[in-house]
Design a protein around this ligand. Sequence first.
Ligand code: HEC
Length: 184
Amino acid sequence: MRLKARPLVLSAAVFTMAISAATGQSTSPKVAERQQDMKAMAGAAKIIDAMFKGTSPYDSRAFKAAAESIRVHSGNKLSALFGAPVVAEGTKASASIEADRPTFDRLAAELAAYAAALSIAADRNPDVLSPGMRMPGGDAMMGGPLAKRKAAAPDPMKMPAEHAFHMMLQTCTSCHAKFRVKGE
Ligand code: HEC
């Protein structure tokens, strides 16, 4: 009897997987929402990046809209979408989020702070991407002061927008390195 039961369980699992693959509904609504939010933030970051690189013309309204998109998807909103239980079907979120909630929440809040600084920079620079929005020293900044940024948390509102943008991208990367399971 026990020998017979096992293949049954197995085929049920295979059947469920087949259904999930067919309907694309292997992820829970919460997981789908947070992945959608992340994708929206990635799209917004690309828009801002293109304006700093000069591959897109500067448009303060589009810049601000992108910054606001990241701002509203970060902070508490982001943290709430990773509430327990974090691990669910279709997620790449690491179980370590639950074990180190303060760090996760801090990174989510930092993201919001950088996005808010970018949003305000757009208000202050309605017409052109001003030199004041640029990072002084350009590339030199990246290897220099940023390399030892452990010392004190810099105030996003007091740094040039481009610097805040780079710090923001580092926040994305830090959180993924710590709290996203690698795959694919
Ligand atoms: C506080 C932590 C945290 C921050 C900050 C963060 N992410 Fe994520 N991100 C995650 C986690 C965790 C996942 C995995 C989510 C899942 O699969 O449930 C993820 C997934 C993603 C994905 C994959 C979504 C998918 O379709 O599966 C993209 C793209 C992404 N993040 C982009 C970004 C960008 C861009 C930023 C910064 C603007 C950012 N993230 C900031 C934690 C974070």
